[in-house]
Design a protein around this ligand. Structure first.
Ligand code: GLC
Ligand code: CA
Length: 574
């Protein structure tokens, strides 16, 4: 299978209030189906004060009024199922909103039934001075502790202040989680993407941290905590009753640790969303940017592909709502179409289940806003006010421009009409001005568009046992220009050759490949209808398909060296 991720607020507005909603989703279900995916993962659609745009939930068993009602959700679910699309929801149980009923009650005092739903600690005192219980920083906003006057204690928040961490050690909280799962599974939902799932069990003593990166100094005490397995086993039991899939998001996880969750018969999760592939242009977080390094990306792919091979199944992705747009990061805006399409084949044809994020299939790019006040993400604002304070305002804004999650949250570009066809009203957030050329309507008509290339990749993957089940092997690991991998199944081998080079270049086939053989299956410079002719060696076919110079695939007797255009991808079957 493969999945399409919806971040609903910016997906499609159906009622003209400027905010994406379930009406909009309903209208676009056929479009989603047309991509060739098998399901949808919804980022949170529950009531939320939006301190973290849905990841701060104030009611787990309802729909945010901005997006619709439970009835409308049922309609979307049923229609998706009719079309053969599975539906996954986001299960965010590390924390709630501070406006959730449980938290409001919990603040009232220690004898309240919700008292132990959160992680409360007394202040430390230094003389008269009141200090937080330990030295942890949050990942989003200052210290990880906030004092609550009413209760006279501090609560822990690993993310924003308005996201208090739940106390998963309390069996009542785990019962609530199971009840939330059942609520949606009973309705017919097919599974969950589980938010920061490796953070839900904390070391009870909550000792001081020592990391030199403040935002993660508490990490060793809340990541992969002592009871994580036990809790995940409990949740697994519920999922099993329904045959539901569980995909865990797990920041900062190694392959070795991942395997303890996703391998073997008693695995507690089906797949895991790792972060290594997100750091090919930065150090640990996008806010510490260093420019794209292909070898770093290849290392990340290699680590996970080889590490999981034969043991576990992988979740493949290059974009989601938490990261800037991948064409802007790992591709090239001057070779927008070629790099945007090459990046599709570069990950979709690897071993695993591909996820694509709304707008990724159109090659949407990062947005540059001219003031920090125009950005909306709590993490971006915090980074702006924390890092590189000695730089000029312009330089600091440039940093936000390359790093912010907001770039993934601009309205999806459907047409070249007003507001990119996202809404008939006033869009809640800035539309990227490049919508006049980057939009679904236009790309749908263009056989060489990024959109149509995503469709071709997904269809090819679906039609090939080798691409679905074959083993993975990488060649020319040291190359700074080419990423080349093989999928092998029974006697068939498929070679995926991706250029990350702005210039045309030549390449060699790996040892053991007969250059006089090979059938071209896919190429981002050759349209679908011309691929067979090109595969037979008819060079002019490529030209008709829109390539700007005679296509380099000579007849199958061509010499050992082959050619790649800028950001070209070729997929060959041997
Ligand atoms: C996950 C979500 C992200 C959110 C964070 C806290 O990383 O994907 O959007 O901000 O968890 O819930
Ligand atoms: Ca709306």
């Amino acid at each position: 299978m493969s999945f399409y991720q919806i971040w609903i607020r910016s997906f499609c507005d159906g009622n003209g209030d400027g905010i994406g909603d379930l009406y909009g989703v309903y209208d676009k279900l056929e479009y989603i189906k047309s991509l060739g995916v098998d399901g949808i993962w919804f980022s949170p659609i529950y009531p939320s004060p939006n301190a973290d745009y849905g990841y701060d939930i104030s009611d787990y068993k309802d729909i945010h009024p901005d997006y619709g009602t439970l009835d409308q959700f049922r309609k979307v679910l049923d229609r998706a199922h009719e079309l053969g699309l599975k539906v996954l929801l986001d299960l965010v149980i590390n924390h709630t909103s501070d406006e959730h009923k449980w938290f409001i009650e919990s603040c009232k005092g220690k004898d309240n039934p919700y008292s132990d739903y959160y992680i409360w600690r007394d202040p430390r005192f230094k003389g008269e001075e009141k200090l937080p219980p330990n030295n942890w920083y949050s990942q989003f906003e200052g210290l990880a502790w906030e004092y609550n006057e009413q209760r006279g204690q501090y609560y822990l928040h690993v993310f924003a202040k308005k996201q208090p961490d739940l106390n998963m050690d309390n069996p009542k909280v785990r019962e609530e989680v199971k009840s939330i799962m059942r609520f949606w599974l009973d309705m017919g939902v097919d599974g969950f993407r589980e938010d920061v799932i490796n953070f839900i069990s904390k070391v009870p003593e909550l000792p001081n941290g020592w990391s030199f990166v403040p935002a993660i100094n508490g990490l060793p005490f809340y990541k992969d905590g002592p009871n994580l397995h036990k809790y995940l086993e409990e949740f697994r039991e519920v999922a099993k009753e329904y045959g539901a899939v569980q995909i865990g998001e797990a920041p900062f996880t190694s392959v070795k640790t991942a395997l303890t969750y996703i391998s073997g018969k008693n695995r507690v999760l089906d797949m895991l969303i790792e972060f290594d592939t997100m750091f090919a242009d930065c150090f640990m977080t996008e806010y510490v940017h260093h420019g794209f390094r292909l070898r770093k990306l290849k290392r990340a792919f290699r680590r996970w592909q080889y590490g999981l091979q034969g043991k576990a199944w992988f979740a493949l992705y290059l974009e989601n709502h938490d990261h800037p747009r991948v064409v802007s990061r790992y591709g090239s805006l001057s070779h927008w179409r070629a790099s945007g399409s090459m990046l599709a084949a570069c990950y979709i044809l690897q071993r695993g289940t591909p996820f694509l994020y709304q707008g990724q299939e159109l090659g949407m790019t990062n947005i540059a806003l001219n003031s920090i006040d125009k950005y909306i993400d709590v993490a971006a604002k915090n980074a702006y006010n924390t890092f590189f304070l000695k730089d000029s305002v312009e330089r600091r804004l440039e940093r936000i421009h390359v790093s912010t999650r907001d770039s993934a949250r601009t309205p999806v570009q459907w047409t070249d009409g007003p507001n990119a066809g996202f809404t008939t009203g006033k869009p809640w957030f800035y539309v990227n001005p490049n919508y006049t050329s980057v939009n679904a309507e236009r790309e749908d008509r263009d056989p060489l568009s990024i959109l149509n290339f995503y469709r071709r990749c997904l269809a090819l993957r679906k039609s090939s046992e080798t691409l679905l089940w074959g083993t993975y092997r990488e060649y020319f690991q040291g190359s700074r220009k080419v990423f080349m991998y093989e999928r092998k199944y029974k006697s068939e081998r498929i070679l995926v050759i991706c250029s990350f080079n702005k210039e045309s270049m030549s390449y060699r086939l790996p040892k053991g490949y007969d250059p006089s053989k090979g059938q071209l299956l896919l190429d981002n410079y050759i349209a679908e209808k011309d691929i067979e002719a090109a595969a037979r060696g008819n060079a002019s076919a490529g030209e008709k398909g829109g390539a700007e110079e005679t296509h380099p695939h000579k007849s199958s007797t061509a010499g050992v060296m082959r050619r790649l255009k800028p950001y070209e991808v070729q997929v060959w079957k041997f």
